[in-house]
Design a protein around this ligand. Structure first.
Ligand code: FES
Length: 127
């Protein structure tokens, strides 16, 4: 451990990486989020954002893109990308509609917070 620098200590000496938060992190409107081609139709993905954050980008129907803060409104665990037409929180099982972020099943009592997203050529950028 004495030979490890601070940055090296975090990665090479077995310390876990800091937990990611949900949202846009330090990104600003107009910043690129992800390539359109990277978002699977009928599903989505968690995108790493600057500032140790993650954003959930989905394509519930072909050509329709939405972004949500993946922090579950119940206790804050990050939800999974849609599978079989539903977004699921792995911690307690709440489910959400991938088209709107609306809650479908408790224990969450409210939906995911949508983040403005616009298409710019082959990319999706923050609105
Ligand atoms: S944190 Fe998501 S259901 Fe509890």
């Amino acid at each position: 451990m004495l030979l490890c620098g601070l940055a090296a200590a975090l990665s090479a000496c077995g310390e876990p990486a800091p937990r990611k938060t949900g949202g846009v992190g330090t990104a600003r409107p107009g910043d690129r989020v992800v390539a359109v081609s990277a978002v699977p139709s009928g599903s989505g993905l968690l995108v790493d954002m600057p500032g140790n954050a993650q954003l959930l980008v989905v394509q519930p129907r072909s050509g329709e893109f939405r972004a949500f803060n993946p922090a579950c409104p119940h206790v804050g665990s990050l939800v999974n990308p849609p599978a079989a037409g539903v977004i699921t929180c792995p911690l307690h099982g709440s489910t959400f509609d991938p088209s709107s972020g609306a809650v479908r099943e408790a224990p969450a009592t409210s939906g995911l917070t949508e983040v403005a997203l616009v298409r710019s050529g082959d990319d999706l950028v923050l609105g």
